[in-house]
Design a binder for this molecule. Structure first.
Ligand SMILES: [Zn+2]
Length: 116
């Protein structure tokens, strides 16, 4: 599995999210599991435009994955760009959908022309 430059993997539960994701910041995350050798394998990618901690906790209530990794981003637009890169590098073949941009922006994907 390629490196994502993210912290973790950590247990994907509310307690651990609060312990590890302590800044109110945009950011990126992936969710997944560990195989029998302990290697982290992710199957879900996402981002938060404003508050990574609360986004992860809302996901933890709905999505059943044992582990997460994360990174902070300086801006929401940087988080969007990184999510697009992760999507094109790792997630395009699965059932993941292309990341969406916020409706009030004209941000473009760095890798494709889905946003004209
Ligand atoms: Zn794209």
């Amino acid at each position: 599995m390629p490196s994502l430059s993210m912290e973790g993997p950590y247990r994907f539960n509310i307690k651990t999210i609060n312990e590890k994701v302590t800044r109110v910041s945009p950011g990126n995350y992936v969710l997944g599991r560990r195989n029998e050798h302990g290697t982290f394998l992710f199957s879900y990618i996402g981002r938060a435009n404003t508050d990574l901690n609360s986004k992860l906790k809302s996901r933890a209530a709905k999505i059943d994955k044992p582990f997460f990794k994360f990174r902070y981003s300086d801006t929401a637009q940087e988080a969007f760009r990184i999510e697009c890169e992760n999507y094109h590098d790792y997630a395009k073949k699965g059932k993941n959908k292309h990341p969406k941009r916020p409706a009030d922006t004209d941000w473009k994907c760095p890798r494709c022309k889905i946003f004209k």
